[in-house]
Design a protein around this ligand. Structure first.
Ligand SMILES: [Zn+2]
Length: 99
């Protein structure tokens, strides 16, 4: 059939035209710069939850220490006294930081 002979050629022409249009669209996107601004705004939005997480870490440090616990002066984490590696000049260091 003659249509079978023509069909592939038309498809190739359509593909080449689509790629040209895509290239033109990409060039216009780069020149506009609007896409980059949107990405920056999205990144700034993601930073806000991170700030909240830092606040949660501070609240954890404020938690009252138990009598059998100490705050490591190196990593500032509360450990059980069994994890106290050594105490020097009132500074208590946990076994993880002393290792
Ligand atoms: Zn430590």
């Amino acid at each position: 059939m003659a249509t079978d002979y023509d069909a592939p050629r038309k498809t190739e022409e359509d593909l080449s035209e689509d790629s040209l249009e895509e290239l033109k669209a990409r060039r216009s996107d780069k020149s506009s710069g609007q896409v980059d601004e949107d990405e920056i705004e999205a990144a700034e939005g993601y930073e806000l939850p991170g700030a909240d997480l830092s606040g949660e870490e501070l609240s954890v440090r404020v938690l009252p220490r138990q009598a059998d616990e100490f705050t490591c002066t190196s990593c500032f984490l509360v450990h059980h006294r069994s994890q106290l590696a050594y105490e020097k000049d009132g500074q208590q260091v946990c076994t993880e930081c002393a290792a």
